[in-house]
Design a protein around this ligand. Structure first.
Ligand code: ATP
Length: 251
């Protein structure tokens, strides 16, 4: 029997940020992208990271996950400055879902779950709709089912923090709602979530607060209620048109 995350974390741990970026700058060789970011996520909250294409959201997640090294500033993971790579952070409770759905298409749904050292019943608790699909090769699943498989595998391991990049990419609104509901339920059980999403109004329905990025910087942040009163401005300034960094050398 698994123990709910909320039962195992002590209060000090709950009150301090799980992950923090302080003055974080990051990018690729010769391409600075993210500038002076201050971001934090605590247990039990879903935090949106929103912005137009090229604003620097994926670069931010990659840096928080340990896949990119900061060029300045720091990432603190569970209160300590951390330069460990992703696989080490994963062992200490960081779950990361990249933009690409990471399923093995030649393996069945059940095999995909077991390969991730996961319990099939734990995934079915989160997404019971996968039960009739357990014997089906993952390559034959719909995009939504593949994403449920990816997300279910990560959530079933009960990470302390989930970094999720465009869970909803290319999926129908009904499926997106289902995925986001599962994320919200996991956060209600104590997990922290940083959610990069293009379906902004749907994302805000499950977020407690959000950061708005433009050109590699966080330019606006607030609670969901605050941001929802400014949706027209947000749509115009942050979500339409390219948001890429001015520092990028090409185009
Ligand atoms: P999207 O929603 O399109 O993924 P994003 O907000 O996640 O956008 P990033 O993917 O972080 O933005 O990209 C930010 C900037 O970094 C863009 O100008 C992009 O072209 C550039 N970039 C991304 N990946 C690389 C890379 N591997 N090498 C060089 N530049 C890159």
């Amino acid at each position: 029997m698994t123990t709910a995350r909320t039962e195992t974390v002590d209060r000090t741990e709950v009150l301090s940020p799980l992950i923090e970026a302080r003055g974080l700058c990051s990018g690729y060789t010769q391409v600075p992208v993210v500038r002076e970011l201050d971001i934090e996520v605590r247990h039990g909250e879903v935090v949106g990271l929103l912005g137009a294409n090229g604003a620097g959201k994926t670069t931010t997640l990659l840096t928080l996950a340990g896949e990119l090294t900061p060029t300045a500033g720091a990432v603190k993971w569970k209160g300590e400055v951390c330069d460990a790579p992703l696989f080490r952070r994963a062992r200490t409770g960081l779950g990361y879902i990249t933009e690409e759905r990471s399923v093995f298409s030649g393996l069945t749904t059940a095999e995909n779950i077991r390969v991730g050292d996961c319990d099939v019943s734990a995934v079915l608790e989160i997404f019971p709709e996968l039960e009739p699909r357990l014997g089906v090769k993952a390559g034959m699943l719909s995009g939504g089912e593949q994403q449920m498989l990816s997300l279910g595998r990560v959530l079933a391991r009960k990470p302390a923090l989930l970094l999720a990049d465009e869970l909803s990419q290319g999926l129908a609104p009904l499926v997106v709602r289902r995925l986001l509901r599962a994320v919200r339920a996991a956060a209600d059980g104590g997990m922290g979530v940083l959610l990069v999403e293009q379906h902004v109004s749907q994302a805000l329905k499950v977020c407690d607060r959000a950061y708005l990025m433009r050109r590699g910087k966080v330019e606006l942040s607030g609670t969901t209620d605050e941001l929802q009163t400014r949706m027209a401005e947000i749509q115009a300034a942050y979500l339409s048109g390219p948001g890429r960094s001015d520092d990028s050398p090409q185009g």
